[in-house]
Design a binder for this molecule. Structure first.
Ligand SMILES: Nc1ncnc2c1ncn2[C@@H]1O[C@H](COP(=O)(O)OP(=O)(O)OP(=O)(O)O)[C@@H](O)[C@H]1O
Ligand SMILES: [Mg+2]
Length: 523
């Protein structure tokens, strides 16, 4: 719906009204789709420059007739959308011109310019009007003067006059469309606010991360064992911590153990503890990790690296909740929540007989797969920003800025080492940039700087899954095309032979949105 009251305040519309008043001595009104006059404040009549209009409107008959014509005009224009204008005979010989306001071929209302004579002789019309006004007891010098100002709109000026009134209608349409777009943007922004940018220490607002957050929320009150799977440096440990610190055990201990670091000989003792004198070197009682973790959370990192013998032992504790310390005679009972993480494909390891199936299912009650950074590219600028800020705080200096091109390079790189690699790179450039406030492409590591170049020359890979290769090609073509067309999506969609909507979806899928890519990088 058009906000009629706002129209008064729009500069262009005010200007046009002024011009119409000055050149044609008319007053301009608006009416909605049913023809009801809008934004016409009776108080404002006094401000009308056209005194005759003012006087006629003050009469009941004059104002009623205008309202009546306006309604009739609207009704007929609604039914004849191709009608460009309509004249109305108002009152006392005065005429009006109505122009439709159409938005997306929908009739929204009319613009009315009133207070002129239609073709004919001025003298005759003036006489009629003067008589009327006199009858209404309006008289005096000013009326004579006002009558003299009333214009006769004849054939020659018609086009010009209609064009001006139509401009008012055009402005209303533009204004309305702009407002609608702005409102849409506001709702969009509001929606974005609903998107979480972080979860505890985790940064990321991409869809895959939103899914992770949603899952973390869901398991907040759960005691289940969780398996966290993901590539190197994707943030598995951060997730394990988030699970613990959002659980009912948050005030209890969180113990992390890297399973690949276990000393096979001391395994039992480390996990379950020992009693004094149970073996050489056991000079006093020692609590094992399970006991230390009692009533807390025990995070078994790199679980795929556990030896077969340890797998058996783990299974037992997880199943029974009891263990016997080395050299002890009675079992101990513990209440430990287990979280495990791996960067290997554990399922395949199970299939190959490299990992116990029973243990796998015990651990994999809830599964969280952490997306690789290349699967959530839109988080890259956000993370880079985050690390720049973190470093600035740590180093007690002003936050450095990545130039647009540097950010583009960072964005394009495929980050096999994921967030950790990104964090290290940011730290490296911050240190190397010294006093320089801006971080430019030349400061980046060679592999990142040269990434795009090589892959493009070599072309698309010819091995692996066809779907992956096709997606890679698709992404490259769109990325390159966006740059080439200056992010003109309509043009690129045409070139690629897909719909604009289709392109927009793909841009979103591959995280190629310019705004998202460069939001943080544009100085
Ligand atoms: N979403 C994230 N937001 C902010 N920092 C992150 C995020 N993910 C990872 N990091 C940072 O990246 C580094 C690696 O994270 P983490 O140790 O949790 O990864 P990981 O998956 O356990 O890695 P690995 O497989 O090598 O053990 C840490 O410094 C961590 O703080
Ligand atoms: Mg880890």
């Amino acid at each position: 719906m058009i906000n009629w009251d706002d129209l008064e305040h729009i500069h262009v519309i005010r200007k046009l009204r002024e011009i119409l008043s000055k050149w044609w001595h008319t007053e301009v009104f608006f009416a909605d789709d049913r023809g009801y006059l809008r934004g016409t404040d009776p108080e404002k009549i006094k401000e009308y420059k056209n005194l005759v209009c003012n006087l006629v409107l003050q009469t009941e008959r004059g104002s009623e007739l205008l309202a009546d014509y306006s309604r009739r005009c609207a009704t007929s224009m609604k039914d004849h959308l191709d009608e460009k204008y309509q004249f109305i005979d108002w009152d006392m010989g005065l005429a009006g011109l109505a122009v439709p306001i159409l938005i997306d071929k929908e009739f929204m209302g009319i613009v009315l310019a009133v207070g002129f004579f239609r073709e004919g002789t001025r003298d005759k019309n003036s006489k009629i009007l003067e008589d009327h006004l006199k009858k209404l007891n309006f008289s005096g010098q000013s009326i004579d003067e006002a009558l003299g100002k009333i214009r006769v709109v004849n054939e020659e000026d018609l086009d010009h006059f209609i064009e001006l009134v139509d401009l008012v209608a055009q402005e209303i349409m533009t204004f309305h469309t702009e407002i609608a777009a702005r409102e849409e943007r506001i709702t969009e922004l509001n929606k974005e606010l609903g998107v979480r940018y972080r979860y505890d220490a985790m940064i990321g607002k991409s869809k895959p991360m939103q899914d992770v957050y949603a899952l973390l929320d869901k398991i907040k009150n759960s005691e289940s064992t969780v398996m966290i799977e993901g590539d190197n440096g994707t943030g598995k440990e951060l997730i394990a911590r988030a699970i613990h610190y959002n659980s009912s055990r948050k005030d209890k201990i969180f113990v992390t153990q890297n399973c690949s670091a276990f000393n096979e000989n001391l395994l039992d003792s480390e996990l379950f503890g020992h009693v004094k004198g149970s073996f050489t070197g056991a000079v006093k009682d020692k609590k094992g990790l399970f006991e230390v973790s009692d009533s807390g959370t025990f995070f078994l990192d790199e679980i795929a690296d556990t030896s077969p013998s340890m797998q058996v032992k783990l299974l037992r504790v997880i199943q029974e909740g009891t263990f016997i310390p080395v050299g002890a005679t009675s079992p101990k009972k513990v209440d430990v929540r287990i979280l495990a993480a791996t960067n290997k494909d554990l399922k395949t390891m199970v299939e190959k007989g490299l990992f116990r199936e029973d243990l796998y299912y015990r651990l994999n009650v809830i599964n969280i797969r952490v997306p690789a950074l290349r699967e959530r590219k839109e988080d890259i600028p956000l993370l880079a920003e985050h690390f720049l800020e973190k470093l600035a705080k740590e180093r007690n200096e002003k936050k450095k800025i990545l130039t647009k091109r540097a950010l583009e390079k960072i964005f394009d790189y495929n980050w096999p080492g994921n967030v950790r690699e990104l964090e290290n790179e940011v730290e490296r450039v911050v240190v190397l940039s010294g006093d320089e406030q801006k971080i430019n492409v030349e400061m980046l590591s060679e592999r990142i700087r040269n990434f795009g170049e090589k892959t493009k020359i070599q072309g698309v890979r010819v091995q692996g899954k066809l779907k992956d290769a096709l997606e890679e090609l698709e992404r490259e073509m769109i990325r390159e095309g966006l740059k080439r067309t200056g992010w003109n999506k309509s043009r690129l969609a045409k070139e690629l032979g897909i719909s604009r909507a289709g392109l927009i979806m793909k841009v979103d899928k591959y995280g190629l949105d310019k705004r998202k890519m460069l939001r943080k990088g544009e100085e």
